[in-house]
Design a protein around this ligand. Structure first.
Ligand SMILES: Cc1ncc(COP(=O)(O)O)c(C=O)c1O
Length: 461
């Protein structure tokens, strides 16, 4: 595969100096002296520039990027139309504060998000700077509107790291350790995960226990339904392992919420903005949430989040909630251009290349015993690695080894869940780039399986 941007004669990936090369090393050494040690850098990639699905590191290596800044650069790195919109707006107005004044990009984006939000009910929008802040806003609005306190969230969920959002997050204990007490009245329940059912049941004969147990058990024993403000749920669980719930899950969960006057909040921070082949992942199930939270892909990399709520629910008084930077004009124009691109062609591309990629990864599963499950929608795809297909024991170390092999060969991938390789490339990714990625993953799996086989017969290092 050739790309024109960096150097016409170089194919991608192109590793000329095994990373980290000398310039990257110097950057990383200084970074590690001054930057918070809480960051989770998995390998030494120091980035100079990016275009589309390609990253160039400080030493001139070219990487194929299948992380897109963790599902953020929806339109690819530095899409020329997004860059142009940002440049034009930056020369006009950088900031004025949407909580206090009016300006066209904020009005235009609010109108657009209200129009494209799932379902037909009129909507209103509150802008934030991040996904976690959009979740904070949803928690506050749900409490304000319902005058109830309790929130239900899910094991495996990731909703962010600010104190309210963290109270809902339940994906890794390291994210919560020593930060308690968090928000009171938060209850976690098992997510609709048919590959690793939290109730040890089998889809088809399970009676959708992951929904029915609310009324059978939870509301009868520990959580009074009439005190629950919201169920906050990821349509596809992201950091928890790219888990796609069973077909009736969201419909039944929403119906249950309605029966009890509970708001249904869809956290589309990772799954929204065309990533799954539809504008919002929840549209795959035909459900209209009461509140939708979005961020990540919304502005192609500029910081922006939004909470979109049914207009009748957003009934709070002046001053109840706002943010100085939320809805910054430059971020808003980036978002308007991003949405235009997603609507014009990228959502379709996500569906098409996503189908191709998932098909090719399923072919790999036929040859690689390490692969336990391949799942996803559009370009939100997870490959779950297991030590044994029967026990489904997560192959955590093996997953990490696969990611390191891929990085060494110039493919940037990250994990999620305990043992999942996550594929969340930019929505501009081509079929050719997807094929290149599959071939690198194929070779990495073969290498890790070979090492495991050697270990088993005692020949390994
Ligand atoms: C589903 C989901 N919600 C919320 C967040 C938090 O977003 P941010 O990191 O912008 O605060 C994330 C981030 O990964 C996410 O995946």
């Amino acid at each position: 595969m050739r790309i024109a941007m960096f150097d016409k004669n170089r194919t991608v990936p192109h590793i000329q100096t095994p990373p980290p090369g000398p310039i990257s090393r110097e950057l990383i050494e200084t970074d590690e002296r001054f930057v918070s040690p809480s960051y989770t850098r998995f390998y030494p990639l120091a980035v100079k520039c990016g275009r589309g699905s390609v990253l160039e590191d400080m030493d001139g290596n070219l990487f194929l990027d299948f992380t897109a800044g963790i599902a953020v650069c929806a339109t690819g790195h530095c899409h020329p139309r997004v860059v142009k919109a940002i440049q034009d707006q930056a020369a006009k107005l950088l900031h004025i504060c949407g909580a206090d004044f009016y300006y066209p990009p904020l009005r235009d984006l609010a109108k657009k998000l209200a129009q494209i939000a799932p379902g037909d009910s009129p909507k209103r929008v509150l802008f934030t700077n991040s996904g976690a802040e959009a979740i904070e806003a949803a928690i506050k609005l749900a409490r304000y509107h319902t005058r109830r306190q309790h929130i239900i969230a899910f094991y495996g969920a990731f909703h962010g790291r600010t104190m309210g959002a963290l109270s809902l997050t339940a994906s890794k204990v390291s994210q919560r350790r020593r930060f308690e007490p968090l928000l009171p009245e938060v209850t976690h329940v098992g997510y609709g995960n048919c590959y690793r059912c939290p109730y040890n049941l089998t889809y088809g004969s399970c009676g959708i226990e992951c929904v029915t147990h609310f009324e059978k058990k939870l509301f009868k024993t520990t959580v009074p339904a009439e005190e629950v403000a919201a169920i906050i749920v990821e349509p596809i669980q992201g950091e928890g392992g790219y888990v796609v719930p069973p077909p009736e899950y969201h419909r039944e969960l929403k119906a249950l919420a309605e029966r009890h006057g509970i708001l249904y909040v869809a956290d589309e921070v990772q799954s929204g903005l065309g990533r799954t082949g539809k504008m919002w992942a929840i549209e795959h199930w035909g459900v209209e949430p009461d509140i939708v939270c979005t961020a990540k892909g919304l502005a192609s990399g500029l910081p922006l989040g939004a909470m979109i709520a049914k207009a009748g629910i957003m009934d709070w008084e002046q001053g109840a909630h706002a943010s100085t930077f939320g809805g910054n004009p430059v971020s808003c124009v980036a978002a308007l251009e991003t949405i235009a691109l997603v609507e014009e062609s990228l959502m379709r591309n996500a569906a098409e290349v996503g189908d191709f990629l998932i098909g090719r990864l399923r072919e790999l599963a036929e040859r690689h015993p390490l692969i336990g499950d391949v799942r996803g929608l559009g370009l939100m795809i997870g490959v779950d690695l297991v030590k044994d297909r029967q026990t489904k024991e997560p192959a955590h170390a093996e997953r990490d080894a696969v990611l390191q092999h891929c990085f060494a060969k110039g493919l940037v991938l990250l994990g999620c869940g305990e043992s999942v390789v996550r594929f969340c490339p930019a929505l501009v990714v081509t079929r050719e780039e997807a094929e290149t990625a599959v071939q690198i993953v194929d070779a990495a799996l073969a290498e890790v399986e070979r090492t495991l086989a050697l270990d088993e017969v005692g020949v390994g290092p």
